[in-house]
Design a protein around this ligand. Structure first.
Ligand code: SAM
Length: 425
């Protein structure tokens, strides 16, 4: 990219933000995937965080920001045109992040270096006048992008779609999972054993007990799959798709002998850091589950399958812009193959828990229904209310489904589907 001069303070972070948005909107990458290349030149962690925050807020509020931009242009700017991206970045800063107007526009104009700077300046000024006069304003909650909104409304109803918009408006609370019920000096709301919910706090590394490895960050819903195995008492469990290790740490601290498998060497580096900090043990295998196989079956298997990740939209607003029916259908095939391959690794009488952080029934309810039709030696082992966090009841057939309406008053949880199965023979 031909970069303008970098003397404008704060410009480098905005250049990284536009690269992040380009990667998500044009190349279908996630923000996490795009971060290293897009922010690699930023030396300062706070600039990286700013670039991420700007891009994440543009993605969350994109529909409303675009409506404002369109109200101020005679000819609609193309969705992926640089002037639109620069305007989204400038407006998100002023309207959401409370950046002063002059700082937002002085860092936005160089983003269209050699392009229509006057147009960008004109549209920005027109929108700002509209905002100041009260003619233009952001809605109370960001709108879920069209295709996802239609899907969720069809599948779950309008209340759930509205709750998702509300959940999207605020930063998610900080959920911590603890090794034991001793949560030390930290204060918050306890919604389950070994859990504490706090207001979003950064950096987490500064919290008391972090260095000692007493806890790790894990959404309350993400902590449910491992809870369903109970105490391990030295029995063996395969944690399949294990990185970065949230569920492995829960299982190891509940007394399971854990064999953790994941095919991403990069994500397994975070797994290793996590286990080292918490001083927990697990056997680590970096391998593709479609190639690797265990020497013998285990008492329990957790398959935390790769999925569309639409359930973690609050922290990853990019997913709602990248995931459509084609991507969901692709993930369904992968999950089906992983389930069929790994189910025989459960001993007769043993337990299989299947989990996805997805709000798509095809990856959850329908995936397990189809699995049970193919594998009649498995049956649902119903989850009871006593095994679950407060305010998260099991479904009628004994599975777990968390939605944007779940725990809405307490700050919501990620969208998960979880089923516990027993191998009968
Ligand atoms: C939902 S994440 C797992 C999160 C993890 N269980 C935790 O609690 O921290 C899914 C994981 O599946 C892994 N994965 C995807 N396909 C795989 C395969 N064929 N073999 C092994 N791991 C795979 C990905 O690398 C990713 O780390």
């Amino acid at each position: 990219m031909n970069e303008p001069n970098n003397k404008v303070p704060g410009l480098a972070a905005r250049q990284s933000a536009i690269r992040l948005l380009d990667a998500v909107c044009r190349r279908g990458e996630t923000l996490d995937q795009a971060m290293p290349a897009a922010t690699g030149k930023l030396g300062n962690p706070s600039d990286k965080a700013l670039a991420h925050n700007i891009a994440a807020n543009v993605l969350r509020w994109m529909t409303a920001l675009d409506a404002m931009i369109d109200s101020a242009t005679r000819n609609r700017l193309a969705d992926d045109a640089k002037p639109r991206m620069a305007l989204r970045i400038a407006l998100a800063q002023v309207l959401i992040l409370d950046t002063p107007q002059h700082a937002a526009i002085s860092t936005a104009l160089p983003l269209v270096h050699g392009g229509p700077r006057r147009l960008v300046h004109g549209v920005f000024s027109t929108v700002m006048r509209g905002v100041e006069s009260g003619a233009l304003k952001l809605p109370e909650f960001p709108e879920i992008p069209g295709e996802t909104l239609d899907r969720w409304t069809n599948n779950w109803g309008e209340d759930v779609a509205n709750a998702a918009s509300q959940a999207w408006a605020k930063p998610a609370p900080l959920d911590l999972s603890f090794q034991s019920d001793d949560i030390g000096a930290l204060e918050g709301t306890k919604l389950a054993p070994k859990h504490l919910r706090m207001l979003p706090t950064l950096p987490v590394t500064g919290l008391a007990g972090f260095d000692e490895g007493q806890f790790w960050v894990q959404d309350l819903a993400a902590s449910i799959p491992a809870r369903l195995f109970g105490e391990g008492k030295g029995r063996t469990i395969f944690d399949l798709c294990a990185a970065p290790g949230g569920k492995t740490m829960q299982l190891a601290s509940a007394g399971w002998k854990v064999v953790s498998v994941d095919n991403s060497a990069k994500r397994m580096e975070r797994f290793q850091d996590n286990l080292k900090r918490t001083n927990l043990q697990a056997e680590e295998v970096i391998a593709d589950l479609m190639q690797w196989e265990p020497a013998e079956p285990a008492d329990a298997v957790l398959l935390d399958a790769p999925c569309s990740a639409t359930g973690i939209y609050r922290r990853h607003p990019d997913v709602l812009h990248c995931i459509g029916s084609r991507q969901i259908a692709d993930r369904v095939e992968v999950q089906r193959a992983l389930l069929d391959r790994t189910a025989p690794w459960v001993k007769p009488g043993g337990t299989l828990v299947y989990a996805v952080c997805s709000l798509e029934p095809e990856e959850g309810e329908e995936q397990i229904e189809a699995f049970l039709e193919r594998h009649d030696q498995f049956a649902i082992a119903p989850v009871t209310a006593a095994e679950l966090p407060e305010h998260i009841p099991p479904t009628d057939n004994g599975s777990v489904r968390t939605l944007p309406t779940t725990l809405a008053e307490q700050g919501h949880v990620d969208g998960f589907f979880i089923a516990r199965l027993v191998r009968k023979s």
